[in-house]
Design a protein around this ligand. Sequence first.
Ligand SMILES: [Zn+2]
Length: 213
Amino acid sequence: MALAETRLVLIGSPGAETAEVADHLAARLGLPSISIRDAIQSAVRAGSELGDDLRRSMNAEQLPAPELIAAIVQRRLGEPDAVGGFVYWTEFPTLSVMRSMETLGIQAVELVLADAEATRRLTGRRTCRGCGKIWHIESLPTLVEGVCDRCGSKVFHRDDDAPAAVAHQLSVYHKHSAPVLAHYRAAGSLINVDATRSTEEIVTELTSRLERS
Ligand SMILES: [Zn+2]
């Protein structure tokens, strides 16, 4: 496979550092790293009709329809920088977005992380109120408990990182990702990668596996 023409969908649970892996992998392959958020920003910036549709649904305080999100992603993937390939990453894959990419020849990658490890990573995070740096009670503790090494402000446990919130995020992830992963598995286009390792190790393994596929 010519790596420069790779069209990758990278799927990882919260806690799997999916965005970071996508950015490093995209940089190594010379491709854009694209998320739903980028796609939405691009549609709005371009003043496209899709951006207007999105604004209308937000103004009405409705969740945008899945078909609208799919169309917005499809539009982004058709922009000049993505025509030759891309790394699209998501923590909340949906069948409608996946179907909108069906004709593109997608290689899917799942960053596999057990829920127990995702929970350990996410619930241990502590965020600095001053500079926003994210610490971790086990893997990146502050020298003085509760105080940021970098700026001296207090660090706190965000509501999003509380055990119940993390359990909810993981259950939403599994509900959304299960049918999408099953689809790619059945099509023979899914690679599983152990996401417990460092970003560099993951990217190196993925690059060499993609070269061989
Ligand atoms: Zn700080």
